[in-house]
Structure formats: structure tokens, C-alpha cells
Design a protein around this ligand. Sequence first.
Ligand code: GRF
Length: 184
Amino acid sequence: MLKVGVLVSGGGTNLQAILDAIDCGKITNAEVSLVISNNPKAYALERAKNHNIEAVCISPKQFENREEFHRALLAKLKESGVELIVLAGFLVAIPPMIVEAYPNKIINIHPSLICGVGYYGLHVHEKALERGVRVTGATVHFVDTGTDTGPIILQKAVKIKSDDTPEVLQRRVMEKAEWKILPK
Ligand code: GRF
């Protein structure tokens, strides 16, 4: 069994998609053994606890500086023995210290087909609508030391409708793309 650690900051619907894929037998060779959030209020932590998965909050606020925070994060990952790290809506840039400790063992889900600095959350969908693109989608990629620059693993396109709002589009991208390609 591959031991997977999932890093989250918010609602955790992508974490849930992974847990559901395990529960229904679509994923048979991996288990989520640890969930870490930087945000103590993340509902994703509840989702983990409901599955009897170790759920830990490691917040930058608990540390004197960013480096101490990064060290604590790495120490917890190492201690738990996870072999694959999944960033499922984790709003913390992964420092080189962690990328180098897990080369090609960290993957991220991004809610569009192209990634770039400032493209996160609702902004991604606002930009797609502003530009008038006809399709958007989601991307699963390896994490390297850049911002969303690692090699792409899987992508799925989603059509944009003329009356879409950023919120409506965000939801459709999650349902039709993110929750499918991340477990896959
Ligand atoms: C998703 O849109 C994901 O692509 C992005 O952050 C959001 C997280 O949502 N990186 P959730 O916490 O999985 O519901």
C-alpha cells in the first residue's frame, strides 16, 4: 500500500474525491495515512477525522518564522512515512527543502489548463471568463521548485457557458475535472 499524505487548506472536496475513490474500490493500492492543514478551521480536517485518518494542523502562526514552519511540515511528513504527497487545495508554496526531500513524489491539482503566478482560487475562473476562452479545465502536475511549473500528469477540459459566473464555473471545473483526475 502506498502511503499518501494529503495537504489541504480549505473545504477538502478534492480530498473527499480521493477518499471516495478508495472507499468504492477505484483506488486499491494506496491509503491516505495523514492529512495536514495550515488552517485550523479547514473542513478538510473533519473529513479526515471522519475517516479515522490522522489530521494535523501545522500553521505558520505557531512558528517564529517561515523556515521553522517548513521544517515542522517536513518533520511531520518524514515521521509519518508518507511516500506520496498530494496537494489538494493547499495554499502554501512548497519550499525547495520539501521538494528536494520528495523528488517527483509531490503532485498538485490546479483548476485550469495553464498554470501561473496569481492563478489560484476564484481568480483563475475570473481570468478565463475575462478572456472569453471557450474551454478551461484542470491539471494534475508534479511539483517542482517553481509555481505550478512541474511536468503535467493529467488534464481534463471543461466547456465554458455564456452565462457562467466565476463561482458557477469553479463548481463545474471541480465536478467535471478536478474530482476525476486527481484520484485517477
Ligand atoms: C480546488 O479548486 C483546487 O484546484 C485548488 O483549490 C481548491 C481546493 O478545493 N488548488 P477543496 O478544498 O478541495 O474543496
